[in-house]
Design a binder for this molecule. Structure first.
Ligand code: S3P
Length: 444
């Protein structure tokens, strides 16, 4: 992939929200009837979830781009898969499916690509084991940690026991795996977490009539007295703010740009990006707000201008966790020194994103220091002085962050981004969208 300068202008939509897409497919599969889903992203990660549910006996029709009809089988209707469930690059697929399958009275095997098979699973395996499931996995890089492939076996009775779980990390994947397991448990399941991780599972289950409540840092599902029916209501997936982040930041840092991304999910547990950019003095405006299936949606307009450095930490980092690489790019073009801290979780994403972001921004001449839980970024120094080659390590967000840095810094030079194919895991339309906005970006 190559990038070159040019003001970005226009109005676009982006891929459907990947997180909500996974949950829509899973909730649709467990519903007590037929569910239509409008707007799922079509990225590889969502496809892994879709294919896994097909392998578990759910009939899913694809009615053209961005439209699914899912014939829900009810909470107890999944059937034993004939083969291993391949989750590809998708942490959300493997962790949420583990929760979904933890109560089923059969064994499922789940695995992924090299990146996924190097990611920690004890954070879901331990609580699911406490609920009564048997979870086996592989050993790996860190002693005592558990890695895919996983084997998940539910109790013969098909009923787990609800637990009260306090998570060490603010992780929507952990929280959601436990809550999905809680759908097949006796008694209440409670999850407490140290920060506000995304709450799409809670909103979707509530929208479909499940007895779930959220209070502060607590999410509770109490099926006592419930008829165990998820209502087959139509679902809509808004645009992914984690995809929109790339054109939005590109508009801020490429001189003369002004663009709108329409129909983006702006759930407050996901809008750390917008709060960080506001603190940087960015011209980003939210309009046409509405609510779809319990999720707030809006159009976002961004205009190029000066940015100033900020310090990002605490709960904002949780609400911007996937946007930290692209925020680091924004910081590289801002006035002053930006600090990102409390972001240790970045080390166990699709790549070690503290290491990959630091290494890649250095190629652009950015002065940047790596910290255990973040980065210190000296703004204003990004420049490309000759043909450049970035290494994304197959991490979609690193590849897209490099592309945006290239658009703003490359000048006459071209930037190659190696191993960028995984952009298709979350935002297969990335290159087409950037080109529609006037960027010189292409596949090679
Ligand atoms: C996700 C949760 C986050 C996020 C990931 C998607 C989800 O991961 O980084 O891209 O859909 O629940 P963690 O739960 O590991 O923080």
């Amino acid at each position: 992939m190559t990038g070159a300068r040019g003001p970005l202008r226009g109005s676009v939509t982006v891929a459907g929200d990947k997180s909500i897409g996974h949950r829509a497919i899973m909730a649709g599969a467990l519903a007590a009837g037929t569910v239509t889903v409008r707007g799922p992203g079509g990225g590889e990660d969502n496809r892994r979830t879709l294919e896994a549910l097909r392998a578990l006996g759910v009939v899913i029709e694809e009615r053209g781009p961005g439209e699914l009809t899912i014939h829900g089988v009810g909470l107890d209707g999944l059937r034993a898969p004939a083969a291993l469930l391949d989750c590809g690059n998708s942490g959300t697929s493997i962790r949420l499916l583990s929760g979904l399958l933890a109560s089923r009275p059969f064994t499922s095997a789940l695995s992924g690509d090299t990146s996924l098979n190097g990611r920690p699973m004890r954070r879901v395996a331990d609580p699911l084991t406490r609920m009564g499931a048997r979870i086996e996995g592989a050993s790996g890089a860190k002693a005592g940690e558990l890695y895919p492939p996983l084997r998940v076996t539910g109790p013969a009775s098909g009923r787990l026991t609800g637990i009260d779980h306090t998570s060490k990390v603010a992780s929507a994947q952990v929280k959601s795996a436990i809550l999905l397991a809680g759908l097949g448990a006796e008694g209440p399941t409670r999850v407490r977490e140290p920060g506000p991780s995304r709450d799409h599972t809670e909103r979707m289950l509530a929208y479909l009539g499940a007895p779930i409540r959220v209070e502060g840092g607590l999410s509770e599902l109490d099926p006592t007295g419930w008829d165990r029916r998820l209502e087959p209501r139509p679902l809509e997936v808004p645009g992914d703010i984690s995809a929109a982040a790339f054109p939005l930041v590109a508009a801020l840092v490429v001189e003369g740009s002004e663009l709108t991304v329409r129909e983006v999910g702006v759930n407050p547990t996901r809008t750390g990006l917008l709060d960080a950019l506001a603190a940087m003095g960015a011209d980003v405006v939210c309009g046409a707000e509405r609510v779809a299936c319990g999720e707030p949606v809006a159009d976002l307009r961004a205009r190029a201008g000066r940015l100033r450095a900020v310090t990002l930490g605490g709960e904002l980092v949780v609400r911007a966790i996937d946007e930290l690489p692209i925020l680091a790019v924004a910081a590289a073009f801002a006035d002053g020194v930006t600090t990102i801290r409390d972001a240790e979780e970045l080390r166990v994403k699709e790549s070690d994103r503290i290491a990959t972001t630091t290494r890649e921004l250095r190629r652009f001449g950015v002065e940047i220091e790596e910290r255990e839980g973040g980065m210190v970024i000296h703004g204003g120094s990004a420049r490309v002085r000759g043909p450049l080659r970035c290494e994304s390590e197959g991490d979609h967000r690193i590849a897209m962050a490099c592309a945006v840095a290239a658009l703003a810094a490359a000048g006459e030079h071209s930037v190659d981004i190696a191993d960028a194919g995984n952009i298709a895991t979350s935002f297969p339309q990335f290159v087409a969208v950037m080109r529609a906005l006037g960027a010189e970006v292409d596949w090679r």
